[in-house]
Design a protein around this ligand. Sequence first.
Ligand code: AMP
Ligand code: GLY
Length: 427
Amino acid sequence: MKKMKVLIVGAGGREHALAWKLSQSKLVEKLYCAPGNGGIAELAECVALRVDDIEGIVAWAKKEGIDLVVIGPELPLTLGLADELEKAGIKAFGPRAKAAEIEGSKVFAKGLLKKYGIPTARYGVFEEAVKAREFIRELPGPWVVKADGLAAGKGVFICTTHQEAEEAVGDLMSGDVLGAAGKKVVVEEYLEGEELSILAFCDGKTIVPMVPSQDHKRAYDGDEGPNTGGMGAYTPVPVASPELMKEIEEKILKPVITAMEKEGRTYQGVLYPGLMLTKEGPKVLEFNCRFGDPETQVVLPRLESDLGEIILAVVEGRLGDVEIKWKNEACITVIMASGGYPGSYEKGYAIEGLAEAATEGNGVLVFHSGTKRCEGKLLTDGGRVLAVTACAGDLPEAREYAYRAVERITFKDRQYRKDIAYRALKP
Ligand code: AMP
Ligand code: GLY
């Protein structure tokens, strides 16, 4: 098969993990990343293009003769990057804008779930505060108030009193908090249980789940503190038994893909439903139209098969013909963040100890989330800085290696959770 020039779009730890895995593919001739970061630069040629510069990315890809573009973040997907690349005759991995709406609009996603009877929290959609208020009064609490549009993890409010819920609705609708993303608001019942991330490859007809993982969204140990982009992840997840995975496939994944096709929004790429494992069974909290971050940093190290082959099969609609093999290993990633994240933080501090971290075992991989190289030095360049990953025979061992590696890495005001995978490792 002809070797490909591949462009990855994005700048985070997820894209670093994609670059790492794709750099091992026998189908990849050369890797590029737009815009990339300090770690990705070791594996791919970085191109100074913003992820939302759709025209710029398409023009550059055409000029360079790129064969395949792998789109990391949701923003370019919802802006139609895959559509524009396809028009230009370039293969794109990721859903078209109409399909990416499954993440871009919570109102669309909830409507789809309801129409096709796929399990999710009871909800209402509102454009007027008075109506939302009536609904809040009818529904037993706690309440979850969500902005319709993309909000980079800042659009969900969990409220324990009527007053809090009504304030959240008011703030969103006023446009002061999230602008147009909060014009429409979803109010839904609070679901109790353990959360599970299922990332699945999908070629429009066939959907194949990857190994299950669990994210840690809160900033501090014991799931305390503000929500973040994710402070760590692990796989496998003991609660995700083979029976549960079968149930998720039959009741959620397959019906969603069929529903999207019926709606004229054929879904190609990675579909990642965030699930709540309730007493009544798994229910959908939200959909993401892409790989998860930091889930990708633990899922891809367990992938034995060639990611380039899988991605090409997805794009060409023949996912059913490829065999996807996983390593029987455990993997943990710990996010090292800048002090103050997810609030305000300083950037530009020197990072030391990466070489030493790598000596903590064969299974240690340090993915860069927010770093840059400047005059030969590696500097912090974001809220989430590094995803320090370790793979081993089981979770306790993986955790041991991951934290040993973390302790070797220093930068000013570094911040990380010390309890990643605690749910799986409870005594
Ligand atoms: P979302 O962006 O919709 O996934 O929401 C972000 C986080 O808020 C989720 O990962 C959950 O931790 C929490 N969440 C969202 N919806 C609900 C719900 N209905 N019940 C309980 N927690 C929720
Ligand atoms: N891990 C959460 C996300 O990628 O949205």
